[in-house]
Design a protein. Structure first.
Length: 281
């Protein structure tokens, strides 16, 4: 079924009128693909979908969860993690605490990626790690730390690119085994995070678009990768304002490789290779 602009507007307005969610400023291109998927999955027309959402709050919540599902991977884009490992995280060796926020964390693989880095740098014990997302289903998955091995096995190569280069092995005097952090069962097709890294992060529901920083702390690092591409410019600036207000001075923001800070907040951050640093007030 072809989705037209009127269908998108009807879906967004129905959600806004019957819940606290507001997708008005999402880019139409990304939203169109997602509506096409939920329509196909539920075998309903947009009008039938809308009528059901108006009558059934649980169904509306399910549609919001389905619409907001994002994919994420372990140690995606190794150069970003190498940058964090070599340039940013070592700055915190002599500090008492490090506060890290993964905004839009989806099913949590990037949160576990960060915990691996922190542990290898002997920083995990003094880190406060927060993972947030609008979608409660993926947050439950993140808390469990249980993933499909066949989907994630390609990303184990990223682990080697970060931790098992010739230089790293020479420095460590031995290769680092991925199974230090995950139990792999190829028969069951599972990859389960070990207790070494589970339980350290806190996962909470949070709406980047409509909620402020409600976490009683400011952050040293905020990571929000490949979320902003779904927002239009107005919405992106709203989120950049949230991040700017939630970061300590001279602290760090890491966004997607194809995302950038434009407009009024570009003057409040310094661009540094693969990350941004908040300027002093």
């Amino acid at each position: 079924m072809e989705i037209i602009d009127e269908d998108i507007r009807l879906f967004i307005e129905t959600v806004k009128s019957n819940s606290a969610y507001d997708f008005s400023e999402y880019t139409e291109k990304s939203f169109k693909r997602r509506i096409e998927k939920v329509v196909a999955d539920n075998r309903l027309t947009v009008n039938e979908l809308v009528r059901k959402m108006e009558k059934d709050d649980d169904f509306l919540e399910k549609m919001v969860r389905d619409i907001t599902v994002n994919t994420t991977e372990l140690l995606r884009d190794p150069n970003v993690w190498i940058m964090l490992k070599d340039k940013i995280l070592p700055e915190f060796q002599d500090k008492e605490m490090i506060n890290i926020w993964h905004a839009g964390c989806s099913s949590g693989q990037e949160v576990y990626s960060m915990m691996i880095l922190l542990n290898e740098l002997n920083l995990l014990h003094k880190a406060n790690i927060l993972g947030t997302d609008l979608n409660t289903t993926v947050l439950d998955e993140a808390r469990k730390g249980v993933y499909k091995y066949t989907f994630n096995k390609i990303y184990i190569e990223n682990f080697d690119a970060i931790f098992n280069t010739e230089e790293e092995i020479k420095k460590r005097k031995s290769p680092l085994d991925f199974e230090k952090y995950f139990d792999i069962n190829k028969t069951k097709d599972t990859m389960v995070a070990k207790s070494l890294i589970t339980g350290k992060a806190i996962f909470r529901k949070h709406d980047l678009v409509n909620e402020k920083n409600k976490f009683d702390m400011n952050f040293d690092i905020i990571i929000c990768r490949n979320v902003l591409i779904y927002f239009n410019t107005l919405l992106q600036n709203r989120v950049f304002e949230l991040f700017h207000n939630s970061l300590k001075d001279k602290s760090y923001l890491v966004i997607g490789l194809h995302e950038s800070i434009l407009g009024p907040f570009s003057s409040r951050f310094d661009k540094k290779q693969l990350y941004y640093q908040k300027r002093n007030v």
